[in-house]
Design a binder for this molecule. Structure first.
Ligand code: PLP
Length: 460
């Protein structure tokens, strides 16, 4: 049985209570304790709403959460409880979801370049779905996991002029026939095709192209006698509110490409490995200023050539690119700090740069932000900090991670319990099976009658 999140893990909020209200209360509590440590507030209601929004926009799609994106307990247990599958890239990630009681059919081993030890571990745990993009990978799987059901990962067009394909991962259309022939020779079963456009894919048309390419591979497979029945459209869906419009746009493009190339009833299950989409907007990071320096405006590194009475400040905060701001280095993300209180309009603004605590030249979070002068001990808020900020296993070297305070409104919690099939009150027992909508007025509840997310037997 899947281990779900416990009520005691969550700060239950009244309806209408915002993350900001909660943050103010938390900061008051922390300051009374004298704590200035960085921390996250994670609004799990946001994760649940995303799940329902996805099922509504793309009802054929079965989500496998990409665990590497954010392995926090609250997210993983919430999604496990909602019936999502998990896309794992390491033994630690797979062990985590196995410990939660997630069935092996709901786990996909996503990396196309797996160490043999990971393949053996997957085999020992009954995890069969895994991706490949080379004959070397096929050879490893043939030797270590005879029951594996392989998904051929296709390269996608990365939108750059040259080279046209993102060749780091994925096979080109040209090599797919050869790989399918090799799989036959090695007696490795191939059940489908996958691709991954790019995290927060800027051009939804790339999904359409990749789905069309996948259709071609299905045709080649059919010529070779394969009966493939799984299409994995990867991740790449936008994750934050400022890109809200783009989610609907991406979903519309994916939906019409699926209708064209893999119409309903064609016998192909559609799955996705979504990471950022689920978590980005749910997490807010709060950091504290631990060091400050005024930078002379003529000093290298200061941006303003003609100061006009302005100052420039450099602040160090207690989290950096080697911690929760890793996306600055790896995904070119540009986080924007928000102040706890809006400054009065007449307060002078100064060019401000923010650095992590290491003193390392790469540990720069953001610079050139126009803000009033800040002080040691001031708190700063960074929104949309859920993606690629919290690893599943402890970080390398066992470094400390910021605490995570989970929150959700009471009505959302009750809706989740129903989605998980739990009975809240005895009189609701009958309603549970008939899937009547809740009458709590929460915006997702009109969509609670979604079909069970998983039908593992049909995937396998
Ligand atoms: C194969 C694969 N699938 C899914 C994802 C998740 O992508 P996103 O966070 O954009 O949803 C990644 C991220 O790198 C990936 O490599």
């Amino acid at each position: 049985m899947t281990r779900c999140l416990d009520e005691s893990d969550i700060m239950m909020a009244d309806e209408g209570f915002t993350t900001r209200d909660l943050l103010d209360n938390l900061l008051l509590e922390l300051s009374q304790k004298g704590s200035r440590d960085a921390f996250f507030v994670a609004d799990l209601e946001e994760v649940v709403k995303k799940h329902v929004r996805l099922l509504k926009a793309l009802p054929r799609l079965k989500p496998f959460y990409a665990l590497k994106c954010n392995g926090s307990k609250g997210v993983v247990q919430t999604l496990a409880g909602l019936g999502a599958g998990f896309s794992c890239a390491s033994k630690a990630e797979m062990a985590l979801v196995k410990r939660l009681g997630v069935a092996p059919e709901r786990i996909l081993c996503a990396s196309p370049c797996k160490p043999a030890s990971l393949i053996r571990y997957a085999a020992s745990q009954g995890v069969q779905l895994m991706t490949f993009d080379s004959d070397v990978e096929l050879g490893k799987v043939a030797r270590s996991h005879p029951c594996a059901r392989m998904i051929l990962r296709l390269a996608t067009d990365d939108g750059r002029p040259s080279p046209r394909l993102s060749l780091k991962f994925g096979a080109t259309l040209k090599t797919c026939r050869h790989l399918l022939e090799m799989a036959k020779e090695m007696k490795v079963e191939v059940v489908g095709v996958s691709f991954h456009t790019e995290s927060s894919c800027p051009d939804p048309q790339r999904f359409a192209q990749a789905i069309a390419d996948a259709r071609l591979v299905f045709e080649v497979g059919a010529e070779l006698g394969y009966k493939m029945h799984l299409l994995d459209v990867g991740g790449g869906f936008p994750g934050s509110e400022d890109s809200r419009g783009r989610f609907e746009e991406t979903a519309a493009v994916v939906s019409s490409a699926l209708d064209l190339y893999f119409p309903e009833g064609c016998g192909v299950e559609i799955v996705a490995e979504l990471g950022r989409y689920y978590v980005d907007s749910a997490f807010t990071l709060v950091v504290n200023i631990v060091a400050k320096k005024e930078v002379p405006l003529d000093q290298p590194g200061s941006e303003d050539e003609d100061p006009g009475g302005k100052k420039s400040f450099l602040y160090h905060v207690n989290d950096g690119v080697y911690g929760s701001f890793g996306s600055v280095l790896f995904n070119n993300v540009c986080p924007t700090p928000v102040l706890l209180k809006k400054p009065p309009p007449d307060q002078p603004l100064h060019s401000s740069s923010f650095w992590g605590p290491t003193g390392d030249g790469l540990d720069r979070i953001v610079d050139g932000v126009e803000l009033p002068e800040l002080h040691l001990g001031d708190w700063l808020i960074f929104e949309n900090m859920g993606a690629y900020t919290v690893p599943a296993p402890p970080p390398l070297g066992g470094g400390e991670q910021p605490a995570i305070y989970y929150t959700m409104s009471r009505v959302a919690w009750e809706a989740v319990q129903l989605l998980q099939g739990k009975v809240l009150h005895p009189e609701e027992e009958d309603r549970e099976n008939t899937c009547a909508p809740l009458s709590c007025g929460w915006e997702i509840t009109d969509t609670l009658c979604v079909a069970p997310v998983f039908t593992p037997a049909s995937i396998m």
